[in-house]
Ligand binder design. Structure first.
Ligand code: A3P
Length: 307
């Protein structure tokens, strides 16, 4: 039910840690003026977070460029690192504590699936922005993410099979998306996609600004879209994660071949270069099965789901 048991069987010492941590997440005090960015990993989280943080903070580019996004807009997770010892070793904090200590209005990022999110989200009802992305681009991006951050040294095929078996962190990509798709008409929920951001960034900025009750003149709109362009974000160490990656570099042994940066390609449909026809068929079938009996509209990917 809550996605924890699959990862740590109840007999493991780690299970108690996760259960305790998941309870703390569920009981987190939500604030009315919070803005939550919720995504399955690799769906354009960093991109949307940067937009949201700037809109909420009166387009303060100076702070945006000088303070890491991970500090301005922290990450609420159950964590691969929930024990104090593991956290200290990896030099990362307790994400619940970090979010609790943040000054309002808080911009909070999370990949947690709906059922693991704080209960007060549905009583306090802060603004929640959900970003979805096509599963094949997510799959490829997540594979590279595992190499970059977690020292994954297996084959891409094995990774894609794990994704289809829903045994990667945060579980099923489609279940994650569909849970929020069903909530898209809630007044405190905005649902958008990576593909929509690629097709019409000013349109999504305008939609997000309206949702957050901000107004931008045309000059401000242009400046924000420039700041959010792939090239600009790739060259901005406050959002490109190159500082975090540099810290982790020592942990990545045993990997053969090139490691791609966090700001990797930033394209729609680039999976075509990385996914074999056999895996493509499997992902199409998986997608078809998950989307059967739903009214989910695949963004620009009708041709990708013909299995
Ligand atoms: P790729 O690996 O396909 O390039 P997340 O922030 O959820 O981890 O998502 C990361 C993905 O978003 C990566 O996809 C990254 O390149 C892409 N991305 C980040 N900023 C972007 C931007 N400004 N424009 C387009 N894509 C961006």
């Amino acid at each position: 039910g809550d996605g924890i048991i699959k990862v740590w069987p109840p007999g493991c010492a780690m299970f108690a840690e996760y259960r305790n941590y998941a309870d703390r997440v569920r009981r987190l005090a939500v604030r009315e003026d919070d803005v939550w960015v919720v995504t399955y990993p690799k769906s354009g989280t960093t991109w949307m977070q940067e937009m949201v943080w700037l809109l909420v903070n009166n387009l303060d580019y100076k702070t945006a460029r000088s303070i890491l996004q991970t500090e301005r807009s922290p990450y609420l997770e159950i964590g691969c690192w929930v024990t104090e010892a593991a956290r200290t070793k990896a030099n990362i904090g307790d994400s619940v504590r970090e979010v609790e200590m943040l000054k309002s209005p808080r911009c909070i990022k999370t990949h947690l699936p709906l059922q693991m999110l704080p209960e007060q989200l549905w009583t306090v009802r802060p603004k929640i922005i959900y970003v979805a992305r096509d599963a094949k681009d997510v799959a490829v991006s997540y594979y590279h993410h595992h190499r970059l951050f977690f020292g994954y040294a297996g084959s891409s095929e094995d990774f894609f099979e794990a994704l289809l078996a829903e045994i990667v962190p945060y579980g099923s990509v489609w279940d994650h998306i569909l849970d929020f798709w069903k909530l898209r008409h809630e007044p405190n929920v905005m649902f958008t996609t990576y593909e929509e951001m690629k097709k019409d960034l000013p349109g999504v900025v305008k939609q997000t600004a309206d949702f957050l009750n901000c107004t931008l003149n045309s000059e401000e709109m242009k400046q924000l879209c420039d700041h959010l362009s792939f090239e600009s974000m790739k060259n901005n160490p406050s959002v490109s994660h190159e500082i975090e990656v540099a810290k982790l570099r020592g942990m990545q042994t045993n990997i053969n071949g090139e490691i791609q940066p966090f700001m990797r390609k930033g394209e729609v449909g680039s999976w075509k270069q990385d996914i074999t026809p056999e895996i493509e068929k499997k992902i199409n079938l998986y997608t078809k099965m998950k989307l059967a009996d739903t009214d989910y509209v695949l963004p620009f990917t009708k041709e990708n789901c013909t299995a």
